[in-house]
Design a protein around this ligand. Sequence first.
Ligand SMILES: C[S@@+](CC[C@H](N)C(=O)[O-])C[C@H]1O[C@@H](n2cnc3c(N)ncnc32)[C@H](O)[C@@H]1O
Length: 224
Amino acid sequence: MKKIDYTKYPLPRIRHHANPVLYFPLKQHKGSNFIYPPVFDSLNWSDIFTDGKPPALIDIGCGLGRFLIETSLHQPEKNILGFEVRQSAVEWIEGVITGEGLPNVKALWYSAVNGLPFIETGSIEKVFYFFPDPWVKKKHYKRRAFSAEMLAEIYRVLHPQGKLYLMTDVPEVDQYQQEVLKESGNFSCQYTDSKEWDLEIRTNHEEFCTRKNIPFIRMVCTKK
Ligand SMILES: C[S@@+](CC[C@H](N)C(=O)[O-])C[C@H]1O[C@@H](n2cnc3c(N)ncnc32)[C@H](O)[C@@H]1O
């Protein structure tokens, strides 16, 4: 597998969070005096991936994209699409993708709370949702991207037997996600220890937790 020398791509200063308006669907906002990532109903895959095919894998909240980029190298036969609300992170990932000439990976500047209407029903093998911003203060719960609506979209885009992979280092977030999943009744979920976890690539935040000895929870949910 090709090895990327990431030191060629100096990281800009990237804020922890985006403007709070970006964590809410565009249709909820009145007026237009703010900058919001494009919202679209369809995408032309030939503009996005070299082979012109749709993605098989999606990474919601891909952050600085280590998992996204490395997975594209690990599985060159599949297209992987990431969504990220912080524009500077997307621009940095784009720089790596262009610099390395990677044909099967793209990070979109997009707020996932607007749904996934441009992804065909039943077309995705795996959805990754790793270390979402926890938004632990009650008044910030509504900023969480994981919701009944988001889960319904994930259910729709997944193949029959497709899988949703979750990781978090915040027990309250795990509990919240469990409630949403249980309510939907559409997934069968299992906590997964490191021996059973079948992904070889690590995310930026997963590496961080491992380095700092911060425990985290992994779960795999299969579409019923
Ligand atoms: C803690 S980081 C984890 C990044 C990466 N998944 C990892 O494991 O290293 C969570 C990411 O989700 C992004 N995010 C939060 N809400 C989002 C939304 N509505 N749409 C897209 N990305 C979002 C944040 O900007 C942030 O980069």
